[in-house]
Design a protein around this ligand. Structure first.
Ligand code: PEP
Ligand code: MN
Length: 352
């Protein structure tokens, strides 16, 4: 896959910004969001019309009537409008209302049958298609979905990184696992890769920081959920930001802070930075568990430091160090420090 075309040839903005509410909720909400997002300088407007919800009974989108509102937003504010499709029927309906592009959601990308059906329906259609990553961190599944769309003749394709489902405690709604989009870029270098910090973060406080991180890594653009009154949103209320916050976020972004791909050193450094964030996240997770163990010990009248367990842990870490060919002393020192911090946290927790 090499001959991709830009999503929208008449938009030369770099990076590419897409913004809009998680869901199109009413005509007023769509038009208000579109007006203020256009005023913030964003030219591609997103809004979900059919919403894939985890639990039945949640708000599932307004369906076809919302496509009429998107068309109105497009005409009034000169925006490109895009929406999510999960079936050939959605696609047909969205095209009937002149959408400029579609995205394939994470749940759909996870299912090759569903993606293939959409790909078949896209044959002969000239539209922009954004393929979100599958829910699981499987780069082959993601590339497979992109290939299905490509094989149907579509060339205006982008990928969007929205994080991966996880059972672990992380500060994010969907774990970023940056190495997966980085691998996608290595394997399909011509492909435009966007980042969706809203679904990664799940909380609006994290969106600005994730957006900067994505641009530093070298993503081509951002898709950000933006709602006139986020706290009242019918879906994903915690992660949406106002158009004012969007404008501020964009103006604070530092572009080309590290010229991605410009030299090997900056690529290596970005890789190291993503590994370091992972180490910190894992340590935070480890401390959570250590505190839970502390509470258990307290409840069962056990001492905080169990010498046998500590020795076992150090020996196991040293043995693993040997296999991985890193210095045993280095690993010993790190694990002593980690253990000391766990003990400190358990003692502190006890006094609360
Ligand atoms: C969305 O963009 O609102 C959405 C449902 O995305 P995802 O498929 O990434 O969960
Ligand atoms: Mn959403």
């Amino acid at each position: 896959m090499i001959d991709f075309k830009p999503l929208f040839a008449d938009l030369s903005t770099e990076p590419l910004y897409i913004a809009g509410p998680c869901s199109a909720e009413s005509r007023e909400q769509v038009l208000l969001a579109a007006r203020d997002i256009a005023a913030a300088g964003v030219t591609i407007f997103r809004a979900g019309v059919w919403k894939p919800r985890t639990k039945p009974g949640s708000f599932e989108g307004r369906g076809t009537e919302a496509l009429e509102w998107l068309r109105e937003a497009k005409e009034r504010y000169g925006l490109k409008v895009i929406t999510e499709v999960a079936t050939p029927e959605h696609l047909e309906e969205a095209l009937r209302y002149d959408v400029d592009g579609i995205w394939i959601g994470a749940r759909t990308t996870t299912n090759p049958f569903a993606t293939q059906q959409i790909a078949d329906a896209l044959r002969g259609v000239d539209t922009a298609v954004i393929v979100k990553n599958p829910v699981i961190p499987d780069v082959d599944l993601w590339i497979g979905a992109i290939e299905r769309i490509y094989n149907s003749g579509v060339r205006r394709i982008a990928a969007a990184h929205r994080g991966f489902g996880t059972q672990q405690t992380t500060p994010y709604r969907n774990a970023p696992h940056w190495s997966v989009p980085i691998e996608l870029h290595r394997r399909v270098p011509e492909l435009c890769i966007m980042c969706d910090p809203s679904h990664i973060g799940g909380r609006r406080e994290l969106i600005a920081q994730l957006s900067q991180q994505a641009l530093d890594i070298g993503f081509d653009g951002l898709m950000i959920e933006c709602h006139p009154t986020p706290e009242c949103a019918l879906s994903d209320a915690a992660q949406q930001i106002t158009p004012t916050a969007l404008a501020e976020l964009i103006s604070n972004l530092e572009l080309h802070r590290t010229p991605a791909g410009a030299d090997a050193l900056s690529e290596y450094r970005l890789h190291i930075d993503t590994i370091d964030s992972k180490i910190i996240e894992l340590l935070a997770e480890r401390m959570d568990i250590a505190r839970a163990i502390g509470r258990y010990k307290h409840a069962h009248g056990m001492a905080v430091v169990q010498q046998d367990r500590y020795n076992e842990l150090l020996l196991a870490a040293e043995a693993r160090a040997e296999v991985m060919q890193v210095s045993k002393k280095f690993i010993h020192d790190i694990f002593s420090a980690i253990h000391e911090e766990s003990v400190r946290q358990q003692l502190e927790d006890k006094t609360k």
